[in-house]
Design a protein around this ligand. Structure first.
Ligand code: GLN
Length: 543
């Protein structure tokens, strides 16, 4: 029998509800259970695919090509399961499904209403992941804050799931305990109001997760226990931690996993938390430091490149290294200042991007790292830029660009595939999700992955133009070391004359895990450490 855990938030948004949900997932896995996760987002976009990263942070891509909320990245990294499109559901998706069914006459002439038609559609999404995954636990996070108009149908749907499965549902509510400015006095009133709000929808929370700037006092725990009708052990403090991966350990230390299991009348099947604790310990003790520049166009918001950031850091931690990532706005880079801006870094990453703004600065960045032998990892747009730079500065094709950046360029190095149409909609027309890729034996990519066939996730519209392939390999100093064979698409390009220059059309960051960092990121850190070591030696000689 599936057990359902619903995670809601109160008081304010952005207090780490996704990480709390993912941490519970990790703990249940470490207790020997299978876990699948899901996020409901109350906004009306059908998916976050068309939203600017400034609106909602990174778009996380699932193996089946779902363009999803960035919390799914936390879920995958914490529970180490590949999720699906059904793991990310927006109000827009729900309403569009209901309206499509209405148009198709599926409701047999009835008046179509929020209850039951919209709520049934939501419930079906929960039950369908339970059916598909066959997991012991389904953890579903409801985005936004309880009381928002948009999220009410979701709250009503989870209430109904509880009444349909009274023994198999747990409600976990995450709240902020604010302090009065200028004092360290913690206030429980907003949490009490949030509890009341949930109760008014017919939901009684089983677990409270408290977030505060200050340590929570026993007085606060007692107040919440009294006013919110919860035993003391059901109230958990989510302390601030330096490393987000420590949150499951913080919860475990307060007995949250055992409390949840008792709620479901279950007992632990294993105790594997030790491995996660050891990993965190190792990460905290990382001794070496490395500076990585992330040159992109959405650098004003930390979350725009969340999975890339985590993948760099996790690769670092696994090599006893604290990789410090500096975001650099590519619009600020030009030929004249590239040296000044980039010379202090041990490695450079150009991540994915859409549109032409900032791409000339990216091209100057690639020129700098190529000429100065700085380790480089290009991701998606970062590969397209690497190819344009080679065309312009190595092959001398001055007017080289991409169909996306300059449609009338003489040399369209990056273009549409034959048969693609130029006037497609913006939503849902990308190459999305898993694709196979064959690696060239003996190439850097092959050495890094240690295997010849790989599967990686995609999210892009344009491809390398194979018309230029031979010229690139003959005169451009590059090797195409990864190819999607079915359509002959160039997936990885590398420079054998460079210590570490590798760029891929896919997004390796989505498959990186803290305990299993992605080989392309590991390679970058190794190359950065090597370069740093050589620099140090060089300096000593000069002294
Ligand atoms: N804009 C490019 C394309 O659509 C690259 C996309 C990306 O970097 N994710 O092909």
């Amino acid at each position: 029998m599936t057990q359902y855990i619903f995670v809601t938030g109160g008081v304010v948004s952005g207090i780490g509800k996704g990480i709390s949900a993912a941490s519970v997932g990790r703990l249940l896995k470490d207790n020997g259970f299978s876990v699948f996760m899901q996020k409901f987002d109350p906004y009306l976009n059908v998916d976050p695919g068309t939203m600017s990263p400034y609106q909602h942070g990174e778009v996380f891509v699932t193996r089946d090509g779902g363009e999803t909320d960035l919390d799914l990245g936390h879920y995958e990294r914490f529970i180490d399961e590949e999720l699906t499109k059904n793991s990310s559901v927006t109000s827009g998706r729900i309403y569009s499904n209901v309206i499509r069914k209405e148009r198709a006459g599926d409701f047999e002439g009835k008046t179509v209403q929020v209850i039951p038609h919209v709520t049934n559609e939501i419930k079906a999404k929960v039950y369908s992941v339970a059916e598909e995954s066959q997991a012991d636990f389904i953890i579903t996070e409801i985005g936004g804050t309880v009381g928002d108009i948009e999220s009410q149908p979701f709250i009503e749907a989870i209430r109904q799931i509880h009444s349909e499965n009274p023994e198999h549902v747990l409600f976990m509510h995450t709240v902020l305990i604010p302090t009065i400015p200028g004092t360290d006095e913690l206030k429980t009133k907003p949490a009490q109001h949030s509890f009341k709000e949930l109760m008014s929808f017919g939901i009684k929370p089983d677990v409270f997760i408290l977030r505060a700037a200050e340590p929570i006092t026993e007085e606060v725990f007692s107040k919440i226990s009294l006013f919110c009708d919860l035993p003391r052990e059901a109230i958990i403090e989510s302390k601030n931690v330096d490393l987000i991966y420590e949150v499951p350990l913080v919860f475990k230390a307060q007995g949250l996993d055992q409390y949840i299991l008792r709620h479901f009348n279950m007992t632990s099947r294993a105790d594997k938390t030790g491995e996660w604790a050891k990993m965190c310990q190792r990460f905290r003790e990382s001794k070496q430091k490395l500076s990585i520049a992330l040159v992109g166009k959405y650098t004003a918001l930390n979350d725009s490149y969340l999975s890339v950031l985590e993948a760099i850091r996790d690769a670092g931690f696994n090599l006893d290294t604290l990789a410090e990532v500096t975001y650099i706005d590519s619009e600020t880079i030009a030929a004249e200042n590239a040296q000044e801006v980039l010379s202090g870094f041990d490695g450079v990453v150009i991540p994915g991007a859409f549109g032409s703004r900032g791409t000339e600065g990216m091209i100057e960045t690639v020129r700098y790292v190529r000429e100065h032998k700085v380790p480089y990892l290009g991701i998606c747009m970062g590969m397209q830029i690497a190819c344009i730079e080679t065309a312009r500065n190595v092959l001398g094709l001055a007017d080289a660009s991409s169909l996306e950046l300059k449609p009338d360029a003489k040399h369209l190095i990056i273009t549409y595939l034959d048969g693609q149409s130029a006037d497609m909609d913006l939503g849902g027309t990308l190459r999305l999700g898993n694709n196979d890729c064959a690696l060239k034996p003996g190439s850097l990519a092959h050495q890094l992955y240690g295997q010849e066939n790989i599967v990686e996730r995609h999210r892009h519209r344009y491809e390398f133009n194979n018309k230029y392939k031979e010229q690139f390999e003959r005169e451009g100093g590059v090797v195409f070391s990864g190819v999607q064979l079915a359509k002959n698409l160039m997936e990885i390009v590398e420079r054998p004359d460079h210590p570490y220059f590798i760029a891929c059309q896919f997004h390796p960051e989505f498959k990186s895990r803290p305990n299993r960092p992605h080989p392309l990121f590991t390679g970058l850190i190794e190359a950065g450490l090597k370069r740093r070591g050589e620099h140090k030696k060089g300096k000593k000689k000069e002294d």
